[in-house]
Design a protein around this ligand. Sequence first.
Ligand SMILES: NC(=O)c1ccc[n+]([C@@H]2O[C@H](COP(=O)([O-])OP(=O)(O)OC[C@H]3O[C@@H](n4cnc5c(N)ncnc54)[C@H](O)[C@@H]3O)[C@@H](O)[C@H]2O)c1
Length: 334
Amino acid sequence: MSVLVTGVAGFIGFNVARALLARGESVIGIDCVNHYYDPKLKQARLDHLNTTHHTAFHFERVDFADMAALNVALAPHSFDRVVHLGAQAGVRYSITNPEAYVQSNLVGHLNILEICRRADVRNLVYASSSSVYGKNQLPKTGFSVDHRVDQPISLYAATKKADELMSETYAHLYRLPQTGLRFFTVYGPWGRPDMAMWLFADAIMKGRPIDVFGEGNMRRDFTYIDDIVAGVMACVDNPAPDDGAAKAGGSISPHRLYNIGNHRSEELMHMISLIETSIGKKAVLNLLPMQPGDVRDTFADITAIQNDLGYHPTTSIDEGVPKFIDWFKSYHGL
Ligand SMILES: NC(=O)c1ccc[n+]([C@@H]2O[C@H](COP(=O)([O-])OP(=O)(O)OC[C@H]3O[C@@H](n4cnc5c(N)ncnc54)[C@H](O)[C@@H]3O)[C@@H](O)[C@H]2O)c1
């Protein structure tokens, strides 16, 4: 049976689809290919999947917030596992465009749950976000899925927390096995043009100043895309059990929550220096205050996924940033 991957033209969806196809799975990918960032990059990802795995990959362009259209798009396909990575991402955009988040992340998430319930799907893995930790104090051991997360500081974070709650209800009512993944600042080849690493690389190459928020005093748990994919695949292969025992995140239904991070909180300025070294050019810094909605420091406690699934991230930013820059140059023909 096939795997349905939502957001397949996106950064993580594309990389997960590629890994599933590479091990011989058949993938049905859906995406609306929206214009939140350059759709040419999304199309390039789709072209890559189509040319490399043309018989096992089936793409449907559809908005999953539109249930009628989603039903039509999925009618010819059958699948038993779903990896739901499509969403309106980005903290800052949610300040100016809240409606996009309600449509894709709330209505869309509910639609995917309904699709799973009706198709009797046996495993749903979906994306949440480290942003749910919002105003939480950062403990020395990192943010844990066992901490309460009741103070989101962006609408983006609020929609991700709401997704976790909707999922919990479906796990309870319909015994739909689910894993919600709180990703921590994902980067790497085929990455996102709206995220800091891409913006910095682009500006440094062109000799433009870079906007560094929080006056550079920010820390992020940067997670390399291959480590994210490894974590997603482990969850695809190991559905949450329906055994009545408490799971990571506290549910006694077949629903668990995991952080996927690198378990290293890195100084933003260190990340910038790695980009400078990889490009061979100094950045011109434009130091600015914190932006509304941004969390100052992130650090993932990954004990739960380590203990349950043996998850073990292997790529430090010292290795990962040069790999991203190499890809960035080749993508732009530099
Ligand atoms: N990249 C990160 O650092 C990060 C961190 C935390 C959480 N996440 C979450 O991980 C998931 C994947 O993120 P990403 O970095 O690949 O983002 P992305 O923006 O590259 O990919 C999301 C894809 O979803 C598609 N999409 C959005 N709304 C849709 C809709 N209504 N119908 C159909 N397709 C729709 C977009 O066109 C896009 O291709 C998202 O849920 C995101 O919120 C990402």
